[in-house]
Ligand binder design. Structure first.
Ligand code: NCD
Length: 314
């Protein structure tokens, strides 16, 4: 395997190895001096054609803590804004001897396409509505930690994960469904019918439009952002009505057992898909997810660039 394009590329052994090494990386994150020599001499370019706060920063921190040289290139401020094609930009940077690209793009499939143009390894940091594999891995890391804290061990087998919100526009849901297919978690998807992706019935998950019914059964509730920037029409009447039916409101949060882990990949729209009561709750894993993001990305970079063999096999 070259790079990481899809959560479906990983088998159970590879996922476990990434999560286990991430745990070691997580301990480094707590140290005053956070530096390992593992990727010294390696060069990673973060190529972001779309906005990002946590994904880009955490990839940059991850590379730096492993002693790689990390460079950020965003579409604004590069020759892309002068009309250069993505292919020419990629091939230009590849010719400089880059070892890995971390790529975010607004078009589904763009990262796989980019990977076919370059020698360097490519990591998908979010392509359109398609996939975001490192997000699913960091979600798994944070959920596993939560289960362990409850004394339930680290297995996902039979765990009920409700993923709620704008599923139509979400790459996070697709990668989570694929990863949990391998890990054994039972995913239930909850969304208004207008925000369900086509063909969702073939994903192997339960699908519901009744959040209240699903809420009482869940071990994890993962709320997704309403992605207004990807919406061309009206997918629901008003934000208030959306929140009333599909938001983790204060009322719904009050019904939840404190053992239920609350996840959100961020950025959050407080008052729309999630209330502050839920986002800031003791059982909210939102900041654990952010912290896991650095450890998991360190682990992925280590597996691809510093790991088993020259080909970057996981
Ligand atoms: C997500 C993304 O960009 O796909 N955020 C993230 O990476 N943490 C989800 C979103 O934008 O809502």
């Amino acid at each position: 395997m070259k790079g990481l394009l899809s959560a479906a590329d990983l088998n159970a052994h590879e996922i476990e190895s990434i999560l286990d090494v991430a745990e070691e990386m997580h301990t480094i994150q707590q140290r005053p001096v956070k530096k390992l020599p593992a990727l010294r001499g390696r060069t990673i370019v973060n190529l972001f054609f779309e906005d990002s706060t946590r994904t880009r920063t955490s990839f940059e921190i991850a590379g730096k803590w492993l002693s790689a040289d990390t460079i950020n290139v965003s579409a604004k401020g590069s020759s892309v804004s002068k009309g250069e094609s993505m292919r020419d930009t990629m091939m230009t940077l590849d010719s400089m001897g880059v070892d890995a690209f971390v790529i975010r793009h607004s078009s589904s499939g763009a990262v796989a396409q980019a990977a076919s143009w370059v020698k360097a390894q490519c990591i998908n940091a979010g392509d359109g509505q398609h996939e975001h594999p490192t997000q699913a891995l960091l979600d798994a890391f944070a959920m596993r930690q939560h289960f362990r804290t409850l004394g339930e061990g680290g297995s996902f087998a039979g765990k009920r994960i409700a993923i709620v919100g704008d599923l139509l526009h979400s790459r996070v849901v697709r990668s989570n469904v694929l990863l949990q297919r391998t890990l054994g978690g039972k995913v239930t998807l909850v969304a208004p019918p207008t925000l369900l992706p086509m063909g969702v019935d073939t994903w192997g998950c339960e699908v519901s439009s009744d959040f209240d019914a699903v809420l009482d059964e869940a071990d994890i509730v993962m709320m997704l952002r309403v992605q207004r920037e990807r919406m061309s029409g009206g997918f629901f009447p008003t934000a208030r009505e959306y929140a009333a039916s599909y938001g983790l409101t204060e009322e719904r949060f009050a019904r939840l057992s404190p053992t239920v882990g609350i996840c959100h990949p961020g950025p959050m729209n407080r008052g729309v898909e999630i209330s502050s009561a839920a986002a800031d709750a003791i059982n909210s894993l939102v900041l654990d997810q952010v912290s896991a993001g650095v450890a998991v990305r360190m682990s992925v970079l280590y597996h691809l660039l510093g790991g088993a063999d020259e080909e970057g096999q996981l």
